[in-house]
Design a protein around this ligand. Structure first.
Ligand SMILES: NC(=O)c1ccc[n+]([C@@H]2O[C@H](COP(=O)([O-])OP(=O)(O)OC[C@H]3O[C@@H](n4cnc5c(N)ncnc54)[C@H](OP(=O)(O)O)[C@@H]3O)[C@@H](O)[C@H]2O)c1
Length: 279
């Protein structure tokens, strides 16, 4: 199949390239090849390429910076998804797009199923992703809209690397213990998306994360345990860590449509082994 991956230099993009490279004709674009906020370029270039599938992992992901860059975040996470949906509909391509747990307000301690109707973001990043969700579902009937959470992976800044960096500096570390979610290995997500394509899953919204959930503090403890690090780590409440963007308290995305993925603990262990932190 002819597959275009947008944002291939990002954390998830990198793993998507690995997962889809066998048996497909891949076209890899990032900012240098196309600015997805430029409508005419998107329509012209993708219209000319005519891929069977467009996988969009390009996004504005700086959640705190987004609070002061409303135009920029809306253009990339919102309007651009409309442009991609328009051209994909025109050329009859499947559009695979990623969204986030941050489209919810985080008040539901039971977590959020795919059919949970009330998106109620509490950040500009979340609002921009809701706009993207609306545009893809309104415009292109052939789509997978995949919500995921707390990504870590080899090719990007992420919580695991931040914690290891702090522990290596031998600092006292404070980690929030009252926000809960499901850490997700970008590689597992990418292979799950490949499985969906191979199995020709129907269009719709999907929730894909590693199984089980934890607080950021519990996540940090597991990282240190697996990596054999022993920093002085203390659980704290969200109020002690003011950030420009508020975080949802309960970020768990409940998957009711696909076979479950392995636990985040197993995935973390694999990630640390593959990146030489566990011998
Ligand atoms: N990271 C998480 O914890 C997380 C959690 C839930 C959902 N998600 C979603 O998962 C998806 C992938 O996230 P990620 O963390 O892998 O993202 P990422 O590492 O930030 O990568 C995004 C890529 O998109 C590129 N890009 C940004 N604006 C662009 C534009 N206008 N035109 C073309 N390319 C552009 C970026 O280039 P530059 O680096 O030059 O900007 C970067 O290479 C996103 O939809 C995100 O919202 C992520």
């Amino acid at each position: 199949m002819k597959i275009l991956i947008l944002g291939f230099k990002g954390m998830l993009g990198y793993e998507l390239v690995e997962a889809f490279s066998e048996g497909n004709e891949l076209f890899l674009w990032d900012r240098e090849q196309i600015d997805i906020t430029k409508r005419d370029d998107v329509i012209k270039k993708i219209g000319k390429l005519k891929p069977d599938i467009v996988i969009n992992s390009a996004a504005y992901t700086a959640v705190d910076r987004a609070e002061s860059e409303k135009d920029a975040v809306y253009k990339v996470n919102g309007c651009a998804v409309g442009f991609l949906s328009t051209i994909c509909k025109e050329i009859d391509a499947l559009l695979i797009h990623f969204s986030t747990d941050y489209v919810f307000d985080g008040e539901n301690h039971l977590g959020y199923k795919e059919d949970y109707l009330v998106t109620k973001p509490i950040t500009l990043y979340g609002r921009s992703k809701v706009l993207g969700e609306k545009l893809i579902t309104d415009i292109n009937p052939r789509h997978y809209l995949i919500r995921t959470s707390w990504l870590f992976g080899k090719n990007g800044k992420n919580f695991v690397e931040t914690m290891i960096g702090l522990a290596n500096e031998k600092r006292d570390i404070k980690v929030v213990n009252d926000q809960f979610g499901s850490p997700t290995y970008a590689k597992d997500l990418a292979y799950k998306v490949r499985e969906m394509v191979n199995e020709n899953k129907p269009s719709g919204i999907y929730h894909i994360t590693n199984s089980n959930h934890c607080s950021w503090y519990e996540f940090a403890l597991k990282i240190f345990e697996f990596a054999g690090l022993k920093p002085n780590v203390k659980p704290v409440k969200t109020e002690e860590f003011p950030t420009p963007a508020k975080r949802p308290i309960y970020s768990m995305l409940v998957n009711t449509k696909l076979s479950p993925m392995r636990s985040w603990e197993e995935a973390l262990k694999d990630y640390l082994t593959e990146t030489d932190r566990i011998k």
